[in-house]
Design a protein. Structure first.
Length: 445
């Protein structure tokens, strides 16, 4: 990963995205002019201060499309200013209004800021960093309820699903009493709020708007249309991924939420270990019908196996979703012209169209056998291995010569005399002699 700094803030982060409540960690590098240059092999994206993804000459990585800058709306705003009567009507219309999240909503006191007919702040890397640091309040497709509306001079502040702040932000820390008995001013259950906050900002003042116009301005982030949960969820996804979910197909790289929307709850779940990696197998279907095995690690599908009756099982391990979730929509690993497919097992070959398989060999691909006419003198001629022949006088079991033997020659078998039959056996010189005694045992002489 390499970046430079020239007049504007340039950040590079590792490509990732958030789904299903699991926030993947990102690597953020802040670079200053002329100080250093960082090199790494991770995928990276360059984001300018406006939050737009730009082409990176050093690498093609991108972030999730849900964190990129939105397309500004084009709603005609009236010139007259919002009066007291219209303000009350507007608050009544928006109070407890329900919709579906189109983007991830982070927790936190500040929340997201949307400029009317303008851009989203923050966007890009800062948006992802806010979700990572503060946590996720609502993911795309979740239902949102406007629980509080505050209208200021040039902005509207919406608290969603209870808002990010406690109900009594300051009074919950105050106690009143005498002596050791202290009582809190307000009762607090101690639970942290999990809502979000959205600010709709205007340039100078709030014009005289209707409730439908406000909903149209918030459409890039909240959809107020009447939808089913699966429609609200799939509308936030790319078309190909949306089609797969609506067709009840599972792709490698999907989150658990996508699998549940596509297939529903599995008939059974099995937890196992593959080496040091734990995984969970979701099983759909029962014999004799088709059975689908969905292997999940963490929050992602890493393997899909489809077993149909009378057919060999189909196994899919290539990630297809991450490429769809990128900003530019490019696949994760595009097909190349030199791709090679390896087929395992007994391969049936067509003798009219395919060449026979080469015999097994220890040679590497492209390696030739040395020949007699080789110009390299270091390469010898390959010949059969010849073992040394045994000579007639070789005696592998011969005894070594005695120390007193000057010649050091070993006596030949012909020179050793054999005593005639019936002659008494004599022991060699220096060996102890034994005689038979009357007690039944040999006695040394």
């Amino acid at each position: 990963m390499k970046a430079s700094f020239a007049g504007c803030r340039v950040l590079e982060i590792q490509g990732t995205y958030v789904s299903g409540g699991i926030v993947r960690r990102t690597v953020l590098c802040c670079l200053f002019a002329g100080l250093f240059s960082v090199h790494a092999g991770a995928q990276a994206i360059t984001i300018d201060t406006s939050g737009r993804a730009v082409n990176n000459p050093g690498g093609g990585g991108t972030v999730d499309r849900r964190y990129t800058q939105i397309e500004p709306t084009k709603i005609a705003l009236p010139q007259s200013e919002l009066d007291a009567k219209t303000r009350i009507e507007l608050m009544r219309f928006l109070q407890s209004d329900q919709g579906f999240a189109m983007r991830p909503f982070p927790k936190g006191h500040h929340g997201l800021t949307l400029v009317a007919n303008g851009k989203l702040e923050p966007a890009g890397e800062a948006y992802l960093s806010m979700v990572t640091s503060n946590g996720l309040s609502a993911k795309p497709g979740d239902r949102l309820v406007i629980t509080d509306v505050k209208i200021d001079r040039n902005k509207m502040v919406f608290d969603l699903n209870g808002g990010p702040d406690p109900r009594h932000r300051f009074l919950r820390h105050i106690q009143v009493g005498a002596g050791p008995d202290m009582n809190p001013v307000v009762q607090d259950d101690g639970q942290e709020p999990g809502g979000a906050r959205l600010t709709l900002a205007f340039k100078e003042r709030i014009p005289e708007l209707t409730g439908k116009q406000v909903e149209a301005l918030l459409a890039p982030l909240i959809s107020f249309e009447v939808k089913t949960p699966i429609q609200a969820f799939t509308d936030t996804l790319p078309p190909k991924l949306k089609e797969a979910i609506l067709d009840h197909n599972v792709l490698v790289g999907m989150s658990t939420d996508m699998v549940l929307f596509a297939k529903g709850q599995p008939q059974s779940k099995v937890r196992e270990m593959d080496g040091q990696m734990p995984f969970e197998e979701w099983i759909y279907g029962k014999a004799p019908s088709d059975i689908e095995f969905v292997r999940i690690n963490g929050n992602r599908v890493i393997r899909v196996e489809i077993a149909k009756v009378g057919k060999p099982p189909q196994i899919f391990t290539q990630d297809e979703v991450e490429g769809m979730m990128r900003t530019d929509g490019t696949p994760l690993s595009p097909e190349t012209a030199d791709a090679h497919t390896v087929r395992l097992g007994d391969v049936q070959r067509d003798p009219d169209k395919q060449a026979p398989a080469a015999p097994p060999s220890l040679r590497k691909e492209g390696e030739t056998i040395p020949s007699n006419d080789s110009k390299d003198s270091r390469v010898g001629v390959m010949k059969p291995v010849q073992f040394p022949k045994q000579q007639p006088d070789d005696e592998p079991n011969a005894r070594p010569a005695a120390p007193g033997d000057a010649s050091g020659a070993q006596p030949s078998p012909a020179s050793q005399s054999t005593p005639p039959a019936g002659a008494p056996q004599t022991a060699p010189t220096g060996a102890p002699q034994y005689t038979q005694s009357g007690t039944g045992g040999p006695t040394p002489q």
